[in-house]
Design a protein around this ligand. Structure first.
Ligand SMILES: Nc1ncnc2c1ncn2[C@@H]1O[C@H](COP(=O)(O)OP(=O)(O)OP(=O)(O)O)[C@@H](O)[C@H]1O
Ligand SMILES: [Mg+2]
Length: 295
């Protein structure tokens, strides 16, 4: 206990920091998804020398579906952090309806974006509260069954002893744990239930098999028709349906276009897509054998 209590010093110091909440709300809500622009963005993380983004330029227009693909460490999640205004570019600009992203207040960001990260949280609260968490005040507005149906979570819900009131996870007595793939779908459901204009999905579905992931993204696209989506995935069958696909390599955009345009180009995207094609054969998972295991 003595050893562990030492850590409370850090917690207390952290809690004593003043919250930076001095930004004005600058975003004018026009009832539609804003235009997000990257213009010649260069960026290195504070106190590091490595240039992570090297002259990145692209745009997400109103109700646009954009996919970001590229190898590990190519800078995809960094782009998300810059869009959310968590960092400021070293040069160039990241703007949302012409306002620099880092100047937007927390309320603005919360109003515009709904994000599911790679390392999303597993909240040890009830199934329904996991879905409504972002927007508790308006929870009566949503039809839980509709969200559950649209993400094929019905089977998961039916298994739970107290249905949507069941506490999830093992932290509390009577808590029931669900599989990683089910947690991931729940994170999706939470994102669906929050009223936002831009949905950012940074690879939250790695625990799903490639076919299930692409089906989930397809459904998400249909449900999000009038919203913008930024989709990040290593599985190109999932990002195929995006309006624009951007291929990032070592902090630079090396290709961009629709799926068909990029296939015709016969570059890195085409090479990656050809290599993954076998994942999307309609065979049951077991029959995909060694190839499936190699994912
Ligand atoms: N907080 C940080 N501080 C310093 N360097 C970082 C930080 N986060 C990421 N990096 C570095 O920035 C580069 C790009 O990282 P990023 O997370 O954007 O890659 P990614 O394309 O999302 O990769 P992945 O496919 O693995 O998720 C990497 O070289 C990484 O080591
Ligand atoms: Mg990432």
């Amino acid at each position: 206990m003595k050893q562990n209590s030492e850590y409370f010093k850090d917690v207390n110091i952290f809690m004593s920091y003043k919250e930076h909440n001095n930004k004005e709300n600058l975003f004018v809500d026009e009832g539609k998804s804003p235009i997000i622009k990257f213009e010649n963005v260069y960026f290195s993380y504070p106190d590091t020398k490595l240039e992570v983004l090297k002259g990145v330029t692209f745009e997400i227009r109103e109700a646009n579906q954009l996919a970001l693909v590229g190898y590990n460490g190519s800078g995809k999640s960094t782009i998300v952090k810059l869009i959310l205004g968590l960092y400021k570019p070293d040069s160039g600009s990241v703007t949302i309806n012409n306002i620099p992203a880092h100047l937007l207040s927390k309320d603005d960001i919360k109003n515009i974006f709904s994000v599911v990260f790679q390392d999303f949280a597993k909240y040890q609260i009830s199934f329904e509260n996991n879905i409504y968490l972002n927007n508790m005040d308006n929870s009566d507005k949503y039809d839980l069954n509709k969200i559950v149906d649209s993400l094929d979570l019905q089977y998961t819900l039916n298994k739970l002893p107290k249905k949507e009131k069941t506490i999830l996870g093992k932290e509390f007595e009577n808590g029931i744990d669900i599989s990683l793939g089910e947690w991931q779908k729940l994170a999706f459901a939470r994102s669906l239930a929050s009223q936002s204009y831009v949905y950012i999905l940074d690879e939250p579905t790695a625990a799903l098999d490639p076919l299930a992931e692409s089906e989930l993204y397809e459904k998400f696209k249909m449900l999000m028709k009038n919203k913008s989506t930024l989709l990040i995935s290593h599985r190109l069958g999932s990002t195929k349906m995006a309006d624009t696909i951007i291929v990032l390599n070592d902090g630079k955009i090396i290709e961009s276009g629709t799926h068909n345009e990029l296939i015709d180009k016969n570059g890195l995207y085409c090479e990656m897509f050809e290599a993954q094609k076998k994942w999307y054969s309609k065979l049951p998972a077991n029959d995909r054998g060694v190839e499936y295991e190699s994912i």
